[in-house]
Design a protein around this ligand. Sequence first.
Ligand SMILES: [Zn+2]
Length: 600
Amino acid sequence: MAANSTKTMIIKNGYLFDPLNAIDGEVKDIFIREGKVVSSLSGHEAKDATVIDARGKTVMPGGVDAHSHVAGTKVNAGRLMRPEDHYKSVRKKTDITHSGSGYTVPSVYKQGYDYAAMGYTTVFEAAMPPLEARHTHEEMRATPILDMGAYMVFGNNWFIMRYLKEGDIEKAAAYVAWMMRTHKAYGIKCVNPAGVENWGWAKNVKGLDEPNIHFEVTSREIIRGLAEVNELLGLPMSLHLHANNLGHPGNWETARDSLMITSSLEPNSKMELEWAQTRESAKRKQTVYLAHAQFSSYGGSSWRDFCSGAPDLAKYINQTENVVIDSGSVPFGPATTMTGDGPAQHDLYMLTGQKWSNCDIEMECGSGVLSLMYLKSSPVHATMWAIGLEVLLLIDDPWKTIMTTDHPNGGLFSQYPQVIAWLMSKKARDDTAKECHKWAYDKSSLGGVDREMSLYDIAILTRANSARTIGMAHRKGHLGTGADGDVTIYDIDPGDLNVNDPSYIVSRFSRPDFTIKDGQIVARKGEIVYVPEGRRYYCQPHMDEDVEKDMMRDVRDWFKYYTVGFANYPVPDKYLKNPVPIPVNMPMEGSGEEVGRWQK
Ligand SMILES: [Zn+2]
C-alpha cells in the first residue's frame, strides 16, 4: 500500500476521451495533485510525480455507474437465496484484499474490487428503502475503493401519497428533505408508483390514471408530485423513474406517457458546492431519468405477439429534451432480478417458476428477488437482448443515454465490456444474433441498425453522461481542472482499433492497464494494488422550518404504526466512512429568503 505514497501524478502521451471537455482522442497529458486534476505541476512537483506513460493507449475519466444494485437488504437476500451463485466466481485473498465470492451477486468486497479492476470508481445504489437505510449504508461502508451514494425509494410512501392526495407539495418536499438528511440519501427513486402499494392487496395498477386502494392517488399524480418536489428542492439528479407496467408486453406506451408528465418542468439543481471546469455544460438537462429502459420498451399485447417497442419509445425521446435513460441491457447468462416492484417480480415468478422472495416494507415500499437465466434460445430473451441495445442505438443523442445492465437484473456489471462490444460493432451484433432465436432480429429493428459507437460515445455512456445525469459532474465523469483524479487507461490504440474483432474489445475493456482513483493506482491489469476507502455522497436539502415542523407532527403521529422506535429510524453518522454531504436549496445569506424556491 505504501507504493502509492506520492502526491502527484502525470499521465503522459495517452489518447484522451473526455466528452465533458469536448476532447475526442487528442494526445494530452493529465496532471494530478492531492487527488485532483490540475492544469500543470511545478518543476519540483513534477520531479516527484508518479509518471505513467500511456503512449498508444486510451485514457478516460474513471467509470461512473448511475444505476446498479450493490447494497442493502434485497441485494443481500439475493446472496442468501443463491448458494450456487457463490461457486461461479471467486477472488482470492491477497495481502491487501479480502477473499470474496459470488457471480451475479458478489460479496461486498468482491464487487468493490471487480468494479475497480474494470475501470469504475463511482457506483450509485439504485434503490434504498428508508427502513433499510442502515443496512444499505453498512454494505456501502464495507465495499472497498468505490465512491458511492444511494437513491431513496419514495413512489409508494404513505406520507408522500397522503400529501400528494391533499395537494400539499410543500409538505411533501419537507418530508423528502427530512428523509434524505435523516437517512443520508442522494436522490429520489420512484418505483411503479401507486402499484407497489396495491401489491399489499395482491393487486397492481394498470394505467397512469387508476387511483390506488385507500390513498386513491394515481401514478400520474405521484410522478408529477415527486418531480415537482425534486425541482423545488433543487436536487442534483432529476426524479429517477422505474415506470409502471414494467416487464409487460405493450408497456412502451406507458413509459412514453410517463416521460411526458415532467415535460413542462424546468431542471433546477441548487447545489452549494464548487464545480470543476468543463467546456460543455456539466449541469443536468433532464427532468426525468428513466431507469433500465429495456424493461419498459416492449411492444405487442401478450408474450405470443411480443416484440420490441424501442423504436417507438426512441422516436419520442429523440424529439424531447427532458429525458435521460439508462439501458438495462441483457447480455445473456445467469442473473438475479431484484427490484422494489413487488408485483412485477411476482409476474416473473408465475412465468418462470424460479426461486422467488417477496417483501413488504411497512409504510414505505416493497421488493422482490428472483433467480433467472437469460437464454439465447429463448424467443423473449433474444428479443430483450435486441431491445437493450436498440434503446442505446436508436436514441440519436448519446447525451440522453447511459449504458447499464441494471445489475444484476438484465445482466451483471462485469458484462459491461460485452455490451460495449455490441454497441461498437455491427459484426458483433450480427454474430450474436446468429446464435439467438430468430425473434432477436425478426421482432426488433436491431438487424437494420448500422450505427457503431465510437470510443467518444462510449465515454459519454459510461462516465460523462452518467455523472452529469446524476449531478456528479462537478467532480466526476471528466478530467477538467478541479475534477477528481479518477482515470482509466485501457490498452487500446484508437488508430489500430478493429471493431470487427469483438473479443479484443471485450478483453481490453474488462482489464484496463490502470485504474486510478484520487491520483492513486488502485488496479493494474485486473489486480488490486491499493485499497482506499470510498466516499459516501448524500444530499442535505433545506426546507422552510415551519413547514418542516408541521410535517414532523404527522410523522410522529403515524410512527406509532412502525415496528421500530422513532429514535432508531435515522442512520447515525458512524454508519458512513468519508461522508460528503451536499447542501441543497440553502437560504440566501442575510436576506432570509430562500433561493428560487418556487421557480418552475
Ligand atoms: Zn434497478
